[in-house]
Design a protein around this ligand. Sequence first.
Ligand code: PLP
Length: 436
Amino acid sequence: SAQAKEEEKRAFDNDRAHVFHSWSAQDKISPKVWAAAEGSTLYDFDGNAFIDMGSQLVSANLGHNNPRLVEAIQRQAARLTNINPAFGNDVRSDVAAKIVSMARGEFSHVFFTNGGADAIEHSIRMARLHTGRNKILSAYRSYHGATGSAMMLTGEHRRLGNPTTDPDIYHFWAPFLHHSSFFATTQEEECERALKHLEDVIAFEGAGMIAAIVLEPVVGSSGIIVPPAGYLNGVRELCDKHGILFIADEVMVGFGRTGKLFAYEHAGDDFQPDMITFAKGVNAGYAPLGGIVMTQAIRDTFGSEAYSGGLTYSGHPLAVAPAKAALEIYAEGEIIPRVARLGAELIEPRLRELAEENVAIADVRGIGFFWAVEFNADATAMAAGAAEFKERGVWPMISGNRFHIAPPLTTTDDELVALLDAVEAAAQAVELTFAG
Ligand code: PLP
């Protein structure tokens, strides 16, 4: 309608005039304006529908406008919206208890933050205070957030546009067979050599000076990289040998994305990190929320001495209310096993088949509802792929030379097939533009 067009124009004009965007050269962007969303579908102001291929920023795990989450927010809004974090609150307590009970391993407490980056900030601050050591290690090809130390932990180009704010962070190469830093030709070799490399980094940085190793159990933004079997366990062994804490950054992959509640569970029943950082999927992105799950030992470091850190909105009622509803949905046990099954039985075979036919595809990798299709192609060809997706009613998630396939975990079978059909067509567009 004319009124809808008017609203869209006002939104766009005010955006361009007054909204400063993340990660962007402000003059070079033209943001799409959305009107509404339902399930896995986004609607623009013309009423066009698009499948949300990236779940926004891999956060809308339970889809858009999920009635149970919306109702949880509405109920909480009518009751209590804002409390000083020093007070107790029933919903925050329930969510902490539920996360501790659902996380595999021995954990005791949760510290709530506003999102992923501040969860990382607090996790490494606690690790430093707990161990009395200052160095932190993280991997190249990682993303840990855009605040001071989280930005410095981030092991990719986005860190480089920033002044160094935390000089005691060091990077190492984690396993990634497709671009092996170790001249490996099998996953076993890659795993073994990556662990030897990390052992050397630890030795040369001084094992007794390292507080923590921060790792994404499945790497997200930097390329969707599933570690080889045994790698996380090997890192755990090195940590145990040297009194180093293992911080699992589950901000992107936690809460079902990989077909387990937390991605570290793929490392087996015996594996557990010392801290888990989470955000996004904890309440499916219905309000800003993140946090840290910690062991009793870490909590006890701050038993009689105060922890010098906090946030006005630590466990904000309107953010934990949808988390409580989301955790109930995850705990019902339908969604996450389906993600594991469809990832293995529908998505993976389809993408592998596509890679065999399409000469521009360099690699396919992933797990659950979390897949990368990497191309040997330039920006023009990738743009042709993006256009084809939109043509077919899918709003793509494309990062450099990769499609990232990360739809809501509630995406229906039919929607998944439509999405995979669009991936195939978009991949053909990339191939034709690049090679044709
Ligand atoms: N850690 C990981 C693994 C992430 O993927 C992200 C965001 O994508 C962050 C941390 C930062 O989270 P936020 O953007 O909520 O600060």
